[in-house]
Write a protein that binds this ligand. Structure first.
Ligand SMILES: [Zn+2]
Length: 441
């Protein structure tokens, strides 16, 4: 019973705003109300007063939004269905038989089984992945040539195999040794593994896919502004995104001394001092950096992982009792049980998507506020900078101005561009009687 209470408590944890920024200031509340009213008054998928697209681009954005919606739910449903098919058709049992027949060494069996499994999933997912890249090329959002795209696809698969093999060995060693508690022990082991992965990923993994250079080397003015906002120059990087995409972006990644801000070169004009729009974009990233959003988001994800693992354990026990004979997977310690655990994880992550996206939108909203307050005094009109940034970035990315509220709630991990523009246009913590949320002085 004690374990069940612990799991229940951790299930509820992600519902709490653990980003530590829960209190809403009066200025923030007023701008939130303004944005919600503006969106409710505008036509669905139509232009807003604070973010609008020209007619041709609006039609493209609508078409793209509807395709992306179908692709999103199609991919989720297909991920679940393909696992059921692989299990029911005996393909998973065949992979297990092949691995066990080829070698007696458990670690080799794990890597052979995982290789067969990942190749099967990659092939089954390939049509949707190809279509996704085709869409990006068709709408001019991506310029990545197909050979380069396939190289990234292959590198991703190899990484998944190498790292996934170690995790698989650990998981099944725990399932064999602690059959009733493996979900808890694996979660305890996952905490340092995930934090190590977060630390190493910008150093070892990201450079396999993209080229990075110090930001100050190419944009000294912007680097100085970022330093002024609290990010040391050694933690600022420029990514050569222009080799693959046309859309602007920036992000924060890493942990401890690998923590950094990365700005895509597609966001910046060479040789020019940063515009108010660029300053707001990097101010938003400074918000993530200073408010430790990456670490907080990772800890929240880890908190959500415990109930997820517990439910996977319960599902695995049930599925083997009910379908084990038919699927030829007789015990939870069988390599084939991996497919059942992943089936449970796919169903649960699809169901919990609105919860994780709501937390993500909240964090992004706070970074927007931080960015707008950070540029106060650096630009003449922060509200206009936010509106213009949303206008130009939204146009380049063909963002739907006014998605349906349930679509935004379910699948958006950032507030929609229209909501960000409306909020930013109305946010005025410097008005009489109001106070900034983060920059009190
Ligand atoms: Zn962000």
């Amino acid at each position: 019973m004690r374990l069940r209470s612990l799991v229940l408590a951790l299930c509820l944890l992600p519902c709490i705003d653990a980003s530590g920024l829960a209190s809403t200031t009066p200025a923030e509340h007023a701008a939130d109300v303004y944005a919600t009213r503006e969106m409710a008054a505008a036509p669905l998928n139509g232009n807003l007063p604070d973010y609008s697209l020209p007619p041709a681009q609006l039609a493209q954005a609508r078409h793209l939004a509807s395709l992306r919606l179908r692709l999103h739910f199609g991919a989720e449903a297909w991920a679940i269905l393909q696992l059921i098919l692989l299990l029911a058709l005996g393909v998973i049992a065949w992979m297990r038989d092949t691995a066990v027949r080829l070698t007696r060494h458990r670690w080799l069996q794990a890597y052979i089984f995982l290789l067969l499994f990942l190749l099967a999933r990659a092939l089954l997912n390939l049509p949707l992945s190809l279509y996704g890249h085709h869409l990006g090329l068709h709408y001019g959002l991506s310029i990545q040539p197909w050979p380069s795209w396939f190289a990234d696809f292959g590198k991703g698969l190899i990484l998944e195999w190498l790292i996934g093999g170690l995790l698989l060995l650990l998981l099944f060693a725990l399932i064999r040794r602690t059959p009733g508690r493996w979900w808890l022990v694996f979660w305890i082991a996952a905490v340092p593994i995930v934090l190590t992965g977060l630390y190493l990923s910008p150093i070892l993994v990201d450079p396999l896919f993209d080229h990075f250079e110090p930001l100050a080397l190419h944009h000294p003015d912007l680097a100085a502004q970022l330093e002024h906002m609290g990010v040391p120059a050694s933690r600022q990087f420029l990514m050569k995104a222009s080799a693959k995409v046309t859309t602007p972006n920036a992000y924060v990644t890493g942990l401890a001394n690998s923590k950094r801000i990365v700005v895509w070169d597609t966001s910046l004009a060479p040789g020019q001092s940063p515009s108010p729009e660029v300053l707001w974009m990097v101010g938003h990233e400074c918000g993530h950096y200073v408010l430790r959003h990456v670490l907080k988001g990772t800890l929240l994800t880890l908190a959500g992982l415990l109930p997820l693992l517990y439910l996977c354990y319960r599902f695995l026990t049930w599925a083997i009792r009910r379908f084990g004979a038919r699927w030829r997977i007789p015990s939870p310690a069988d390599w084939g049980a991996l497919a059942i655990i992943l089936l449970a994880a796919s169903i649960l992550s699809a169901m919990s998507e609105p919860v994780s996206n709501t937390i993500s939108r909240q964090i992004e909203h706070h970074a927007d506020i931080y960015g707008e307050e950070a540029i106060h005094g650096l630009v003449t009109a922060p509200q206009l900078a936010v509106k213009n940034a949303c206008d130009s970035d939204g146009l380049r990315a063909l963002d739907d101005p006014n998605p349906s509220p349930w679509v935004e709630f379910w699948i958006y991990n950032h507030p929609s561009t229209g909501r960000r523009a409306a909020f930013g246009s109305a946010y005025n913590p410097w008005a009489p009687g109001m106070k900034p949320k983060y920059f009190k002085k």
